[in-house]
Design a protein around this ligand. Structure first.
Ligand code: TPP
Ligand code: SF4
Length: 294
């Protein structure tokens, strides 16, 4: 093979013209994720959404909690914060309120967001806090060895459910919708283009945006349940997904290896927390109140 480029050049090392490169902290690579893990694919879609959005990267911040998905913050070439377990949303809320001009994105796993962080998730959606929340749902606690998660469907085994899970899992889009999110979508890591488009829309939307991304955890969830490798899981996503934009979120619950409904389910308008606060205090205090954050 003839090398056309200097072998020490960055382009050769990472691939020429890779559009996601400017958004990654190359000094942090190689990343920690296992072969076939879906988190990296979701991150690729996110980088493409950043590129397509045309937004000023100095105006975007990313916040993660703890877990394999939580590591995304460290790999992104944005102002990024790796917070404590379950606390990405309150941290992001503080950031947003301190600097209302920032677009703040929370990027974390299903356990981090909806188990230990579930209370924060509900209230941020209820308040319509202006945040975009991406949840990589691999149905398990990846980083800590495959414990049952609040999203694990009925049936599969987990380290803490060796005879199969008997607890009902959350239908995350339904939860987000019921709590008041203004934008709710679900895609899988098979749907990379639709996912990037949803993320771009989410970046441009004002209010609590929730995007669920179904992703394989081949090392723990798939192996334990004999589902094959990451590619086998993506084939399952391809074969069993139905795109139903506008579907009622109550109807999009997931079952173990069953049909998957994907799409944009909710896209509505309602005042954000800051809009409501400004309006309220403007009315109550009149001229004594100075509008905060424009
Ligand atoms: C207060 C606290 N409790 C528990 C943990 C251990 N812990 C770290 S990550 C994690 C779960 C991660 O699962 P998930 O959010 O689904 O992310 P994944 O690793 O699957 O991407 C847990 C329980 C912790 N770090 N801090
Ligand atoms: S343990 Fe699972 S979620 Fe974590 S990096 Fe490996 S495959 Fe991904």
């Amino acid at each position: 093979m003839t090398l056309l480029m200097d072998p020490s050049s960055e382009e050769l090392e990472y691939g020429m013209d890779n559009p996601v490169l400017p958004f990654l902290r190359k000094d942090r690579i190689p990343h920690i994720w296992c072969p076939g893990c879906g988190i990296g694919t979701s991150l690729n879609s996110f980088c493409r959404a950043l590129a397509d959005s045309g937004m000023d990267m100095d105006q975007i911040a990313i916040v993660s909690g703890i877990g394999c998905t939580g590591r995304t913050a460290g790999y992104l070439n944005l102002d990024s914060f790796h917070t404590t377990h379950g606390r990405a949303i309150p941290f992001a809320t503080g950031l947003k309120l301190a600097n209302p001009n920032l677009k703040v994105v929370v990027y974390s796993g299903d356990g981090d967001l909806t188990a230990i962080g579930g209370n924060h998730f509900m209230h941020a959606a209820r308040r319509n806090m202006d945040l975009m929340v991406v949840c990589v749902n691999n149905f398990t606690y990846g980083m800590t060895g495959g414990q049952v998660a609040p999203t694990t469907p009925l049936g599969p085994t987990q380290t803490t459910m060796p005879y199969g899970n008997f607890e009902n899992g959350f239908n995350l889009p339904f939860l987000a919708d019921a709590c008041g999110a203004v934008y709710v979508a679900r895609w899988t890591v098979y749907h990379v283009r639709q996912l990037a488009k949803a993320m771009k829309e989410g970046l441009q939307k004002k209010g609590f945006v929730f995007i669920e991304v179904m992703a394989p955890c081949p090392t723990l969830y798939s192996r334990r349940n004999r589902l094959g490798d990451g590619v086998d899981q993506v084939k399952y996503y391809k074969e069993r997904s139905q795109i139903k934009n506008g579907a009622e979120t109550k109807d999009v619950g997931l079952t173990f290896q069953g049909d998957i409904v994907v799409g944009k389910f909710v896209d509505r308008e309602r005042p954000t927390w800051l809009d409501s606060m400004n309006e309220h205090f403007g009315k109550v205090l009149g001229d004594k109140f100075q509008t905060y954050g424009g």
